[in-house]
Design a binder for this molecule. Structure first.
Ligand code: Q46
Ligand code: ZN
Ligand code: ZN
Length: 302
């Protein structure tokens, strides 16, 4: 039986992709080190930057917030009430409880109260799949809160499993524009804030273990609107691959970043369209009215 790689004490978790096991203390330290290393390697942000953490009440975003606080960063959280029934109520409740217990600042934006619509309502009234209206709304609110709140960077809890699945989908379609945006940090551009994903070295299983070991209460259920989502199917495929050959997710994702991503960055640089301000909400957009305001106009509850 494997023992902790650092102290040789009894293990609480074995990470086959690293061919290592850890005791509780050294696993926690391993997670912190992985995040610190990612922030440094990709120049995500500095100790003096103000960091806005997008939290959903799920394991990844809450663990990320806790790790950033432990590493000494200046953070505030942001949770969005998406109006997806009990799932959204519970996600806001858990994010609020997490922040209260640690005396952290949490911003809350409720889509129905602030913008007059919910994600299920928007999906029902448009031909968009729910995740498309949801992603657009979340991005708009993250950007707006970062801009008006004076934050230097928005961070999200996307982990290695998420990023490998998104990459798989983008490669399967050879979507050059999305491949160019796959980097774990995107510089501020055209009036949009810098975005970073400091959890890309850690997987879903590690984040769940981190929360259990640190007593973080998180929402376990998947969003009910995710059913049939392609990303879930890609995750299953990659998990099957990982069982056969541990470390393959990591090789797939980091191999892309090192060897293939530079080929697509020209795409991103060519992306510098002239930016106006949305005539309705003032956020940067390439048109007269931003995509979020157009969505809102179509779906707002009258
Ligand atoms: S919350 Fe929103 Fe996700 Fe639910 S509707 Fe889709 S995008 S699955 S991360
Ligand atoms: Zn140990
Ligand atoms: Zn707008």
């Amino acid at each position: 039986m494997k023992r902790c790689r650092v102290c040789n004490g009894p293990k609480v978790i074995e990470l086959r992709q690293h061919n290592a096991a850890f005791c509780q203390e050294h696993f926690i330290r391993f997670c912190h080190d992985q995040v610190a290393r990612t922030i440094k390697k990709f120049s995500m942000f500095e100790a003096t930057d103000r960091v806005l953490v997008a939290v959903s009440g799920g394991k990844d975003s809450l663990a990320l917030w806790e790790i950033l606080v432990e590493l000494g960063y200046d953070t505030e959280g942001l949770v969005i009430g998406l109006g997806i029934g009990e799932y959204s109520d519970e996600s806001t409740r858990l994010a609020t409880a997490f922040a209260d217990e640690r005396s952290l600042n949490l911003r809350t934006v409720n889509l129905a109260e602030t913008h007059g619509f919910t994600i299920p309502g928007a999906a029902a009234q448009t031909t968009r799949v729910p995740c498309s209206a949801c992603g657009l709304s979340k991005r708009h609110i993250f950007d707006e809160q970062a801009r008006t709140g004076g934050f230097d960077v928005v961070v999200t809890g996307h982990n290695l499993d998420d990023e490998a699945a998104v990459l798989f989908g983008n490669v399967a379609r050879w979507n050059r524009e999305y491949l160019a945006r796959q980097m774990p940090v995107l510089a501020a551009a055209n009036g949009f804030p810098r975005k970073a994903k400091p959890l890309v070295r850690l997987g879903e299983r590690e984040m769940a273990a981190y929360c259990v070991l640190r007593d973080i209460d998180y929402i376990v259920e998947e969003c009910p609107m995710a059913a049939g989502n392609k990303h879930l199917q890609y995750k299953e495929l990659l998990n099957a691959m990982e069982v056969q050959s541990p470390g393959s997710k990591q090789q797939f994702y980091f191999g892309f970043l090192e060897r293939a991503a530079p080929l697509f960055t020209a795409e991103l640089e060519a992306d510098g369209q002239p930016i106006h301000h949305c005539g309705v909400c003032g956020s940067p957009t390439s048109g007269a009215v931003c995509a979020f305001c157009r969505l809102k106009d179509r779906v707002a509850i009258q």
